[in-house]
Structure formats: structure tokens, C-alpha cells
Write a protein that binds this ligand. Sequence first.
Ligand code: ME8
Length: 649
Amino acid sequence: MGEEKTFYITTPIYYPSNKLHVGNSYTTVAADAIARFKRLTGYRVWFLTGTDEHGQKIQRQAEAAGKAPMAFVDEIVAWIKELWEELDIEYDDFIRTTEPRHKEKVARIFTHFHEQGDIYKGKYEGWYCTPCEAYWTERQLVDCKCPDCGRDVEMIAENAYFFRMSKYAGRLQDYIEAHPEFIQPVSRKNEMVNNFLKPGLEDLCVSRTSFDWGIPVPFDPEHVIYVWLDALSNYITALGYGEEGSLFETFWPADVQLIGKDILRFHTIYWPIFLMALDQPLPKTVFGHGWLMLQEGKMSKSRGNAIDPRILASRYSSDALRYFLLREIPFGQDGIFSLENFITRINTDLANDLGNLVSRTLTMAERYFDGVLPEPSSAGNSDAELRAVALATPAAVESYTDQLKISDALAELWKLVRRSNKYIDENMPWDLARDPAKEPRLGTVIYNLIESIRFIAVMLQPFMPRTPERIWQQIGLKDNSNLQSWPSLMTWGALKPGLVVERGEDLFPRLNLQAEIREMQGSQPADRDSGGGVEAEETEGLINLEQFQQVDLRVAKIVAAEKLPKADKLLKVEVEIGEDDLRQVVAGIAEHYRPEDLIGKQVLFVANLKPVKLRGVLSQGMLLAATTEDGRLALTTVDRDISSGSRVS
Ligand code: ME8
């Protein structure tokens, strides 16, 4: 039996001082995607998250809320757990620093440091930033404020315990230089070394007496242990550090510790030094990702709504939110969260690319093969390329995910989604369907598409856990875990002909951006609530985007045309707006076009006009044409051949 591959990943433990926002969710979603990915690819994974419940900040907030600290945090922790459930965060353990299993081990660690001479008692006089729970020297302050968050600091003078950081600083610097993978991205490493290690590390004050919401120093209970020493230890106390046969022995050192760049100093300087003092190996990688920010000014009316991850997940689905967070921002850089970017991503990547691929393919499988997966028997146009892209994608996705480049991993996966859509356009199954002799080829095309969808769904699982379930249901693989597995992607063509497929609801219906923004802002559109007057006059005769978007404009391909009897000006035209949608229209163009010249033309088409009867013939839409000065008509076309039904906007 080969050695079991293990993987330990952690998130920061969050302060339960308030409800979490979409920025906190970002770290946890990323950690969950990586954890799921490693599980899918055969690792025994341990994924830890939790809450950091002690400290002056929490104590003060509890007081302000008129609650005991424990009751205060219990409520928020319950909310956080619900959030993680809604976002499909599959953690293996959730540690709360108020749990006995943690407190008792932190007390022992503190005593050990003291006995070892790493902690000594002295007098602390200096500046403290309560929101950051961080001490600063005079020199480190920026304009007399906290250099991290820019808020006010307080002068504190008290007896306190200190940790001899200086004893380990040289060793840590050597370690960082020798292990380029330890602090990532690399730019952050230089920041830590140049700003903190090179100028010389001062000893760190690791106890407080001015409040009592914390873990008491076991041999001097007037003091509580500094909240960062308490909090950082969670990564090992949760594994049962110090107990024989514990998970600690299996999983430490951590493979990836994900954090936001704001807490890099604690994780790449203090944390490794505490570990060195415990004589334990350091985590393999501490990754400090960038910040998710709101676009200045935008959404201000409903800031809360716009960034409350539970509202976003329940309105748009947790898969959509997860996809956006993972795809939109290159991991490590800062990014903007805006509803506009979010909805646009849903519409382009999820509705247009992925959703359409699945719905077009399954519609055709049902229409042409009664929903029974056909045999692939007739090779042809671009089969080899589709297959090659599909077979190469898993390795690329794995490599990017292992480098924590999750956005690139998803971009790679979407190349396969787009290649598959292009395969439909290249092979035009609806044309093949017109000729019974081409049925074997049609069957092959449908088979290849469904196999490609299977590949996509397998790879999607870690990033969007719910969508693959819906795809399995539609392509008849609900109970076939073999074909949902990572190793099944080694072979193309594993699907068995004869499977019964069944088109379900669209995976991601298109959203109307303006309507969403209006709803989420909880406000009226600007041109309606301004009170009329000058503005109403200025905009008379103009329509807003939303009104324009009510017109369903499409590219339609003319597939048949004939004269209408006893009507000189009218032609009866049949157009195709997608492989499953034929429309008949009566168009006043008989004096300008001969029916046979129209076949194959792609014309702009209004698809949502109310049907009318003209000379007793049903007309379900309108072809758009321009009129010249002398009254000639020119149909409006597109400047290259594209799929029928494409939207025009
Ligand atoms: O710092 N964009 O907890 P915390 C991206 N308890 N990520 C963000 C973010 C944003 N706008 N805002 C917050 C603490 N985060 C300590 C940690 S660990 C031993 C103790 C994420 O509740 C980011 O990962 O303030 C950041 O590090 C974390 O939330 C801080 O959460």
C-alpha cells in the first residue's frame, strides 16, 4: 500500500464581532475549493476554520450590545456557521477559541515558553490598537495612528509578559530566504523581510491585565494571554497538539494557510517564531491574498445588501457567488466587488457559456434521439481537437490549483466550455438532422458534446459543488460515481451509449442587470424618482437601457421564403433563431428581395413581438431592415456568420 497523501489547509479564524461580509467569505470559499479539489484528486484532507473569540474588541462590543461576551459571540458564531452551510463550505473542523480543548492547550504552550525562558515578565509601555489587537512602538505609528488600519491607538502602561522574538529572528530570516514557497505571493515575502525582520524584531508583549476576556496566564491569573498568541495556536490545538496519536501527527505541518494580506505579519513572523520555540516545523505555505473592495460610491444606499454574502447566495445561488469570487480576481491581487461585475459574470460565463452548452446539447439529444445517448460511430469535423482539449484540461486545472491560481484554473476549464460551444457551431447538428444519411454523424456530435459536458462537470465539483449534481441528473449519471471521478478523466469516451438524458431547468437563467441593481439597491430607477420637472423634459423621447432591453433582438437565419398569394408586397419567411426555434413571419419585402435570394441570410430579428395575423397568415416577429431615401429596403445583417439565435444588444 502506498503512503497516504495528506493535505492540511486553514483559513484565518474570524472575529465574531459582527456578521461576516463577502470579503471574509472570499478566503473561506477559496480554502474550500482547494480542499475539495485535493479530496477529488485523492488526498486525505483536513480543512480547518473557526472563530477568534477573545480580546478587548469583542469584550467591548459585547458590553455595547448589553450582553455577556459568551452570549454575544454564540449568536454570531451560529450565524457564521449558517453562512458556511449556505456557501457549501465543507470544513472538517470548526474551532472556537473559547472551547476548553483550545484554552487548555494554549495555557500549556504559554507555560512551556515561560519555562523555556522565551517568555519573561517586564513592564509594557506603549501604544495599542484595539481593533487590530496589535502593539506598536512610537516609531511604527503613522501620524500617531495605527500603521495597519489608520485608527487611533491607546497608550498603555502595565506589567506584562514578553516573548523573546529577537532570539529567533535570525533563524526565521534564514528560513524565509531558503524557502521561497513559504510566503506567497513572493512580493509579500519582501515586504515582511524588509519592513519587519531587517530593521530588527522587538520582543512582543504577550499578556494583558486591562481586561479579562481571554485565557488566563496559568501561573499568574491576573493576566490574560495576548489574543494573537491565543488565536494563532488554533492551527495546532484543533489538531490535538500534544496528544498522542492525534491528527497533529498526521497533518502538521500545514500545506496551505490562507489569510488576507492584512494579517500577514502575524502569520509570517510571530506564528513561525512560536512554532520554532515549540520545535515544530513551519507551514509549507502561508498565502496572503488581496482585498476585495467596493467600488467607491456605488451601491452606497444598500451597502449592507450588496455585500451580505447570505443575501447574495440566496438570491443568485451559492455556486454563482463562489464562481464569481474565485474567477473574477486573480488570487493574490486586490479586486472590486460590484453587483454589476457579478451579474455580468453570471450572464456571460454561467448563463451564456455553460448554461447554453448544456441546454442546447440536451435539447438536441431529446429532439433527435429521444433522449437516448447515441453511439459515436462517425468521426468528423474537430472531434480530435475537442477530445484533445478535454484530455489536456484536467492537468492544467490541477497545476493551476496547486499553485493557488484558482482564477486561472477556472479560465482553463472555461476554454473547454467555449470549445464545446464552438464544436456545436462548427458541426451544425440541426443541419445534419435534415439528412437521414447523416444520422451517424449527428449521433457522434451529440455523444462528444455530452462526454465533454461530463468532463466539465467533474472538474467543476470543487469550485461549484451544486451545479455538477444538476448536470449528472440531466445527463443520466446521477448514481454513477465512477464517471464523476477525477481518474475517469484519463479516458475520453467512457460514457456508455444508451444512457437516458433529460433536459432540466436552465442551469443559470440570464439576469437583467438593471433590474437586479435596482432591486438590490432597494430604490427606484433614477428617471422615475427624481420628481419630474426639468429632468422629465430633458429625457422626453429617450428610453433607458432597461426599456431597450425589453426588446428581444436576435440574429435569425432565413431558412425558407415564399410569396404570399395575392399580396404583392409580402413574403412569408421562415427563420431559425436557435436549433430548437423556428418562427414564421410575414415581411413587407417582396418588392425588394426574391425569395430564393433570402435563404441562408442572417438578419436582425425582433423575437418578442406579439404574434399577429396578416392576410390570414401568422407572423411571429419582425425582420429589421433599413429604408433608403428612395424607398428601397436593405435587411440588416451581421458582419460574420454566427449562431442563429445570438442575442443583439
Ligand atoms: O483578522 N477582502 O479576523 P477578521 C478579502 N481574528 N478578505 C478579507 C476582507 C476583504 N475586504 N476583509 C477581511 C482576524 N478579509 C483575526 C485572524 S487568525 C489566527 C486570526 C478576510 O475577522 C481576510 O482573510 O478580521 C482577513 O485576513 C480575514 O478576513 C480577517 O478576518
